[in-house]
Write a protein that binds this ligand. Structure first.
Ligand code: ZN
Length: 144
C-alpha cells in the first residue's frame, strides 16, 4: 500500500478551515490551572485567563507562568478549555490506533466537514505507513 499524497493534500486543504492553536498551560502557585473543561488552552483564551488570574492575585503574580506554545505529543485530540478549538498535537501510535478504532465504529461524517478533515489530516500525518499500523489502516479502509 502506498501513501495517497493526492488525498492527503485535499484533506489538508479542508482541514485548514478548522480553527486550531498550539496548546498552552497556565502554572499557578497552586499548580496547573484547571477548569471543568480541562487545562489546555489556545493562545488567545489562555493568555486572557493567565492575565485575569494574575490580576486577581497581584502579590504572587510573578509565580504565574504561561507555558506551552508548541505542538505537543498526545494520545488523543485536545481542545481549548474555553473556546473548544483544536489544539495542535502529534498523535502517538496509541492515539492513531484509537482514532482508527473510532472511525471503524462510527464511520466518517459525524462532525462538521472541516473538523472531520482536521482529525483525518492529523491521523494521516502521524500514522507510520510502513509500520505496525498497516494492517489496521487496511482493515479500516476495507470496512468503509
Ligand atoms: Zn480558546
Amino acid at each position: 500500500m502506498t501513501y495517497d499524497f493526492d488525498l492527503a493534500t485535499k484533506i489538508n486543504a479542508i482541514a485548514a478551515k478548522a480553527k486550531d492553536s498550539n496548546p498552552h498551560w497556565i502554572s499557578t502557585p497552586h499548580g496547573e490551572y484547571e477548569t471543568n473543561s480541562g487545562n489546555d488552552w489556545c493562545r488567545t483564551c489562555g493568555l486572557f485567563m493567565f492575565k485575569h488570574l494574575r490580576r486577581k492575585d497581584r502579590k504572587r503574580a510573578e509565580q504565574y507562568y504561561f507555558d506551552g506554545g508548541e505542538r505537543a505529543g498526545s494520545d488523543s485530540h485536545r481542545f481549548c478549555a474555553h473556546c473548544g478549538c483544536w489544539l495542535r498535537i502529534s498523535l502517538t501510535d496509541y492515539g492513531i490506533e484509537e482514532e482508527l478504532h473510532y472511525y471503524r465504529e462510527n464511520g466518517v461524517g459525524l462532525n462538521s466537514i472541516p473538523d472531520e478533515a482536521y482529525s483525518l489530516d492529523i491521523m494521516m500525518r502521524y500514522a507510520s505507513w510502513n509500520g505496525d499500523h498497516e494492517t489496521e489502516i487496511q482493515a479500516s479502509r476495507g470496512n468503509s
